[in-house]
Design a protein around this ligand. Sequence first.
Ligand code: CA
Ligand code: CA
Length: 155
Amino acid sequence: MQTGLPTVFVLFLICILGGPEAAPPRQCENGWISFYGKCYYFSRTPENFRSALHNCYNLGCRLLEIESKGEELWIDLQNRLLGYNYGVWLGFSDIIKEGQFLALSDRKRPRYVNWTQGAPNNGHGGTEHCAMYWIARKGWNDERCSIRLNYVCTK
Ligand SMILES: [Ca+2]
Ligand SMILES: [Ca+2]
């Protein structure tokens, strides 16, 4: 476990208490893209997991939690169009209990998952506790929270 990660869980609470309810489709602000009633912000620079989470909170709360195959295919397409290389952070972590990935927004298990073959494997000496979407493998992987990846914020 890395120092400072409990911050993530303070942000959990902020997100739960202050998070937007499911709203009817709406126009997104400048710089955000609309897809099926949600607004998406795609980062220009890669950040470590904690910074990505912070940045999304500052912009309106939530790090991307893919909820369906349709959403995932769209995210995959956007990632490729933007030229992202490795992938993007997903708002799921197993930092509380190894192997049990929970959503940062509600601390529940994700209803939709798409781990790549062999993942999550808690690799790099058991230091992989943050989930990401892996473009090349079109699926999810657990990674070290300290690496820098592009990220997507949703609201
Ligand atoms: Ca892990
Ligand atoms: Ca892994």
